[in-house]
Design a protein around this ligand. Structure first.
Ligand SMILES: Cc1cc2nc3c(=O)[nH]c(=O)nc-3n(C[C@H](O)[C@H](O)[C@H](O)COP(=O)(O)OP(=O)(O)OC[C@H]3O[C@@H](n4cnc5c(N)ncnc54)[C@H](O)[C@@H]3O)c2cc1C
Ligand code: FES
Length: 270
């Protein structure tokens, strides 16, 4: 059962003029959260915005004994809720419901974990990278952004031993262009006997390109889909994703319940 708490803002760290990392005191949610799960946050106290918004659980905060004391979210300011989250002050309370949704599959060695992130799609991968490391799985993060200043938390991933493959659209860091290009090269060079699971999160176009690329090399891929979510609990059907069944017929699933993590080869990408 998801837990609903009025979480105290522990800290709010701006990373840029649009991105911030908000730390919330929600120990009960943090203690049971798995990589890829999300929370529904109500950013304001009044009626505007009325509905909660979904956010991936970015980090689990722990005390010196290792007990979970809270979680963070990586937020990109695009509208009313994310603007309120950007401006949130320490000590303020934010309604936080979670953990919600189905998490990523954590592979075991010798399989490798390749994470593919576009922009704020980095959000589920901090916790995933920690889980992969805890299992001794070698991991790589393919991380694309518009410019170097929008590539965040690189040292966090390096400290976990994650190999970084960076791309920027303007060429200010890493390879110039989209993140799927180096992913494709690496897939093409991978020995057939090597096992890898590709995890992806980011804009819809990037997800579709990643999924098609992984499928073309017959590699398993899990994507975290971002649909507009009105409730996060299966009640409003705002979040449906077309999926292809074994019989080839398309049916719709609610991504807040069946996802947000879905198997890429089961989604109808047309
Ligand atoms: C499972 C899940 C996890 C998410 N995790 C994060 C996260 O970690 N960090 C983060 O910054 N954002 C995340 N998002 C997206 C986030 O929920 C939206 O950015 C947020 O709802 C925006 O709220 P707002 O009130 O600021 O803007 P809104 O007014 O709600 O939205 C502004 C504009 O963006 C469009 N929009 C809103 N949400 C989406 C969406 N999901 N897909 C496509 N268009 C959309 C709206 O139609 C509108 O045009 C996640 C979404 C999902 C479904
Ligand atoms: S968000 Fe309401 S059904 Fe999925």
């Amino acid at each position: 059962m998801p837990i609903d708490v009025a979480a105290r803002v522990i800290a709010n760290r701006p990373l840029s003029s649009d991105y911030n990392v908000l730390a919330l005191a929600a120990p009960a949610i943090a203690a049971i959260a798995a990589p890829g799960q999300f929370v529904m946050l109500r950013a304001g106290a009044g009626r505007d915005p009325l509905l909660r918004r979904p956010f991936s659980i970015f980090e689990i905060l722990r005390d010196a004994d290792g007990s979970a004391i809270g979680l963070t979210i990586l937020s990109k300011r695009i509208g009313p809720s994310t603007s309120l989250l950007y401006d949130a002050r320490e000590g303020q309370r934010i309604d936080c419901l979670g953990p919600l949704g189905r998490p990523f599959t954590i592979v075991d060695p010798p399989a490798h974990g390749w994470m593919v992130a576009g922009g704020v799609g980095l959000a589920p991968f901090a916790v995933l990278a920690q889980s992969l490391r805890a299992r001794g799985v070698a991991s790589t993060l393919f991380y694309g952004a518009r410019r170097a200043a929008e590539l965040f938390y690189l040292d966090f991933f390096r400290d976990l031993g994650v190999e970084l493959v960076l791309t920027t659209e303007d060429g200010s860091a890493g390879e110039t262009g989209r993140v799927v290009a180096p992913l494709e090269r690496r897939l093409a060079a991978l020995a057939p006997s090597a096992a890898v699971l590709v995890y992806a999160c980011g804009p819809e176009g990037m997800l579709a390109a990643t999924a098609r690329t992984a499928m073309s090399y017959r590699r398993p891929c899990e994507v975290s889909v971002e649909r507009i979510m009105g409730c996060g609990l299966g009640g409003c059907y705002s979040c449906v994703v077309p999926m292809r069944g074994d019989d080839g017929a398309v049916h719709h699933v609610r991504s807040c319940l069946a996802g947000p993590v879905l198997k890429a080869d089961q989604i109808s990408w047309d």
